[in-house]
Design a protein around this ligand. Structure first.
Ligand SMILES: Nc1nc2c(c(=O)[nH]1)N[C@H]1C(S)=C(S)[C@@H](COP(=O)(O)OP(=O)(O)OC[C@H]3O[C@@H](n4cnc5c(=O)[nH]c(N)nc54)[C@H](O)[C@@H]3O)O[C@H]1N2
Ligand SMILES: Nc1nc2c(c(=O)[nH]1)N[C@H]1C(S)=C(S)[C@@H](COP(=O)(O)OP(=O)(O)OC[C@H]3O[C@@H](n4cnc5c(=O)[nH]c(N)nc54)[C@H](O)[C@@H]3O)O[C@H]1N2
Ligand code: SF4
Ligand SMILES: [Mo]
Length: 872
């Protein structure tokens, strides 16, 4: 059993459940399953700030939808039975088909201790390296790029560099939405120091909106852009020959493709940007020695991801902008423990503690673990792993803390592969996910707030996650589940852990084991920390300022310039003329198993949208707010159209968050190709040939239901959000809308039905309380939903329910912009006009909007400029 919960009345310091910024949180339990959440003023990543997602974590710690007991098929099972079955099926499969017939697919959302035990079990004891992680989809190109350039996967930057730099270049990163606290730090540096910001992204995101310069490059042309910049630096005296001759190995012929000068015009043509803009960027970069280049998925998630990473690193090495305050290439990580996963070696292509599969490393780790069946070569990377699953060559799979049926490319095939696998185990906190519906055994894992361990953020800062809630039902932490299976497979002493601190110490010992400085990753001193010191551990960054002395982790101590070339871009295909780009929304996290529980976070984007340029929309007869079918050779799904001049012509953008649980459409994962970068194995999620056609519907409507009832309306378009006291579905379809009545719960029924006009309004009451409301229209007239939603909370429903509004006058606030203070678009635009507000601070003064977490400040700034345009 894990040690008992010790949260109690106390204030507990922990780390945010979401992104790789790794913000510190102070949680104060206020009841059985409630807590107040605040930013930790002492944490170096956020100094007390939190973004919208972190701020609303308290809304997501209830037990709705949780998996609370082990399940074998649809039956509850004891832990003993479930664990024995998992151990036996893995053992039998290995005995019959060898160790490479089984696999683990794990996650950057595991804690370091969980990750360490899973990696040790697979690579040292089962004897295969078939353990890969969703980080393969996330930053494996950065890992591969670091290894090629530095000889070790080191992120040579820290957030402090943002305070000390003069130019920040964001490449393929929507930082304002995806790493909001880092973005606030960037904005602070701009305000205090005049730091310049350049954003390179085919879309004009909110991040790009506020930049000094935005280059909306043609997707997939980052190598050309960076290559052109290196040529420009060379021609303009911005390279650092002294640094290169002392610390960088330049392969023969590296400079040949660069020619004599710099061909700005052809680069501008390839990247499809104005030559003047390109020149501004190149001049600024060449003239600014303190530069930080931050990159994320626009760079990594590409079929040339590793080359794109090295094109960026080449620039920093050649200009000597590395290992110095305010000068570094900076791969920002997505998940809370993406970096911890790299440290334990959780990828199929790495071994452990920053060691690869070189024979002396294999021998060293085998000695350290006293491993009976050491894996000697890399295992299957995610895309290959699921392909082999589909071919029947992986016969037992254990998925932990990830939802591949949603997030893998070509997710339709992934679902088929899961459905066909003889034995699938899923460890998750949620009862029913698109992946776990295929599981033979479901194991209930402890969630954020219940589990204890460490995470490492983007800048190598290791922080504790601590429990402040008791373990509900029979849930157990992931490390406990894995070590129990290890013990039951026969390795009792190797997996004899009683608490995360023991695993932490072993991980730290391995980091320094026979390490005389060959590996920068080392946690000396930690290995002897007692349980109390582990309990009290304050956040710390390992590695100091890597490469400050110019020594790299290669055999000769030199970094490498890596020759890379821009790939020729394929011409658009006749049947698939569009290019599909995919990514994230500000207030949702991946498959929404947590953010989907928060009514506040639901308001920013309520439905999955496909964003299309106005010219494409006109040519393809797409209407704003209408539905459209996006198709690729892999699959198709419905989305609601948003016409947006922030898109480039010919390109579509869809979000990754919607699943079978939350919508009939919006299934982005079905669309990308199962193709990956040949070096890193990271899929190219950002550019898939696609088509789009409008889809007509005869009626639309909404359904509101009290509580967390598992109701699912059957129609063409149905998307769900959490609302206070219940859920709301947006609906649209063809045919007879009366079919929808079947999902309504029992109770007293009020109805107004006008068959001729296609209007149906039905309210269900129980003891005078509203429990459900279904409104459908053919002619487009629907009342705003908000008032009806507020009726779910009333002890006595208003008599005007079927009118959909309160007796008297109403004000429509419009879509919510500021989630913290519930301030709507219409309220803000009216206040800007009426009170002549001219900056974000003034809006805050008038309406409070933007004064708490600050995540909506870019949106407010945009409304101010749009307001100015309207006024003019
Ligand atoms: N709100 C929110 N925040 C998150 C997450 C979340 O789910 N929600 N997830 C976390 C995780 S795991 C991750 S990995 C990060 C991801 O964080 P980001 O990488 O910032 O997010 P994405 O939206 O995936 O993609 C970033 C941008 O890449 C651009 N892009 C597409 N193609 C190209 C190209 O060819 N070149 C260039 N230069 N840019 C291109 C896209 O238009 C997009 O705006 O976010 C983390 N933070
Ligand atoms: N098209 C497209 N696809 C993408 C991307 C993209 O940009 N475009 N981005 C990719 C990237 S960068 C990422 S990181 C992935 C993310 O994709 P996933 O990892 O599939 O997404 P999540 O929804 O975060 O899945 C986490 C699961 O773990 C569960 N969970 C949460 N906490 C715990 C825990 O402590 N223990 C256990 N056992 N389970 C837990 C959650 O309930 C959830 O089911 O998506 C990738 N897929
Ligand atoms: S930026 Fe937001 S989501 Fe990321 S760690 Fe901080 S509070 Fe959490
Ligand atoms: Mo990610």
């Amino acid at each position: 059993m894990p040690p008992p919960f010790q949260g109690g009345e106390n204030v507990v310091k922990t780390t945010c459940a979401y992104c790789g910024v790794g913000c510190g949180i102070v949680a104060t339990p206020t009841g059985d399953r409630t807590a107040t959440i605040a930013g930790d003023p002492d944490h170096p990543a956020n100094h007390g700030k939190l973004c919208s997602k972190g701020t609303h974590l308290g809304e997501t710690i209830g037990l709705e939808g949780r998996l609370l007991r082990p399940m074998i098929g649809r039956r509850r099972a004891s832990w003993d039975k479930a664990l024995d079955l998992v151990a036996k099926r893995f053992r039998d499969t290995i005995a019959n088909h060898g160790p490479n017939s089984v696999a683990f697919y794990v996650s950057g959302q595991l804690l370091t201790e969980d990750y360490y035990v899973a990696n040790k079990l697979m690579k040292g004891f089962i004897g295969s390296a078939n353990i890969d992680t969703n980080s393969r989809l996330c930053m494996s190109s950065a890992v591969a790029g670091h290894m090629r350039a530095f000889g070790e996967d080191i992120v040579p930057a820290s957030y402090d560099d943002l305070d000390a730099t003069d130019l920040i270049v964001l490449v393929g990163s929507n930082t304002a939405w995806c790493h909001p606290i880092v973005y606030q730090r960037i904005q602070a540096a701009r305000a205090s120091r005049g730091t310049k910001l350049v954003v390179i992204d085919p879309r004009r995101t909110e991040t790009a909106d506020e930049a000094d310069l935005h280059l909306a490059i043609r997707p997939g042309t980052d190598v050309a852009l960076m290559h052109g910049l290196l040529a420009w630096c060379r021609a303009n005296g911005a390279v650092d020959p002294a640094y290169m001759s002392a610390h960088v190995a330049v392969p023969d012929g590296f400079w040949e493709p660069f020619g004599e000068g710099s061909d700005l015009w052809s680069t501008a043509r390839i990247c499809d940007v104005a030559p003047d803009d390109l020149r501004r960027f190149y001049d600024l970069f060449a003239a600014t020695p303190r530069t930080v280049t931050m990159f994320s998925q626009g760079v990594n998630q590409s079929l040339s991801g590793t080359d794109q990473v090295n094109a960026i690193i080449n620039l920093h090495l050649a200009t000597g902008r590395i290992g110095k305050p305010g000068g570094a290439p900076f791969s920002i990580t997505g998940q809370p423990n993406a970096m911890g996963g790299r440290e334990v070696g959780g990828l199929a292509s790495t071994l452990a503690a920053h060691m690869d599969f070189a024979p002396d490393n294999v021998a060293r780790v085998a000695r350290f673990w006293a491993a009976p069946n050491m894996a000697t070569k890399p295992g299957l990377k995610a895309v290959d792993l699921f392909r082999e699953l589909g071919h029947g060559r992986i016969k037992a799979l254990w998925v932990m803390a990830t939802n591949p049926a949603v997030s893998m490319p070509d997710a339709g095939r992934v679902r088929e592969a899961l459905a066909g696998c003889p034995f699938v185990v899923v460890s998750d906190v949620i009862e029913k996910t698109d992946t776990s519906v295929h599981a033979h055994v479901r194991l209930p894992a402890a969630a954020w707030g219940e589990k204890d361990g460490t995470v490492t953020n983007s800048d190598r800062t290791i922080s504790r996650q601590r429990a402040f809630l008791p373990l509900p039902g029979e849930v157990r932490p992931d490390w406990w589940i894995v070590k129990e299976v290890g013990r039951r497979m026969g390795w009792k002493t190797a997996f004899a852990y009683d608490r995360p601190a023991e695993i932490w110490r072993e991980h730290c010992r391995l980091s320094t084991y026979e390490n005389r400085g060959e590996r920068l990753f080392a946690l000396p001193g930690q290995a002897s920390a007692g349980n109390a010191a582990y309990g009290d551990m304050a956040p710390f960054r390992w590695g100091g300022t890597p490469f400050a002395d110019g020594r790299y982790s290669t055999a000769d101590g030199r970094a490498r310039l890596v020759p890379v070339a821009q790939k020729r871009l394929a011409k658009p295909l006749a049947d698939w003329p569009m290019t599909l780009n995919t990514g994230r929304y500000r207030d949702h996290w991946h498959s929404m198993t947590r953010t989907g529980l928060s009514p506040k976070l639901a308001r920013h984007r309520e439905e999955p949208l496909v964003e299309v340029h106005p010219d494409d929309a006109a040519a393809l007869r797409l209407t704003d707010g209408g539905l459209a079918r996006v198709a690729t050779p892999q699959g198709e799904s419905l989305f609601r159209v948003r016409i947006a001049d922030t898109q480039r012509r010919g390109e579509l953008f869809t979000p990754i968050h919607w699943t079978d649980r939350t919508a009939t459409g919006g299934r982005t994962g079905l669309l990308p190709r199962p193709l990956a970068d040949p070096i890193s194995g990271q899929p190219g999620f950002k550019a898939t040939p696609a088509s789009i056609v409008p889809v007509a519907t005869a009626w639309r409507g909404f359904l509101i239901v009290a509580g967390d009832a598992d109701i699912r309306p059957e129609c063409l378009w149905a998307t769900r959000i959490a609302v206070p006291c219940g859920v709301a579905w947006d609906l649209a379809g063809n045919g007879d809308a009366a079919r929808l009545d079947a999902v309504l719960p029992a109770g007293q029924r009020l109805e107004a039905i006008d068959a001729a006009r296609g209007m149906r309004r039905i309210a269900i009451l129980r003891d005078d309380r509203l429990v459900a409301a279904l409104f459908v229209t053919r002619d487009g007239s629907l009342p705003p939903r908000d008032w009806l939603v507020s009726q779910l909370a009333e002890p006595h429903a208003a008599p005007t329910l079927l009118a959909g509004r309160a007796p008297g006058v109403q004000v429509d606030r419009g879509p919510i912009v500021c989630a913290c203070f519930d301030v709507g678009l219409i309220t803000i635009v009216s206040a800007i006009a009426a009170q002549k507000l001219t900056d974000v601070a003034a809006i805050g003064g008038a309406l409070k909007a933007g004064t708490n977490c600050g995540s909506c400040r870019p949106a407010l700034a945009k409304l101010l400029t749009e307001g100015a345009i309207h006024a003019a």
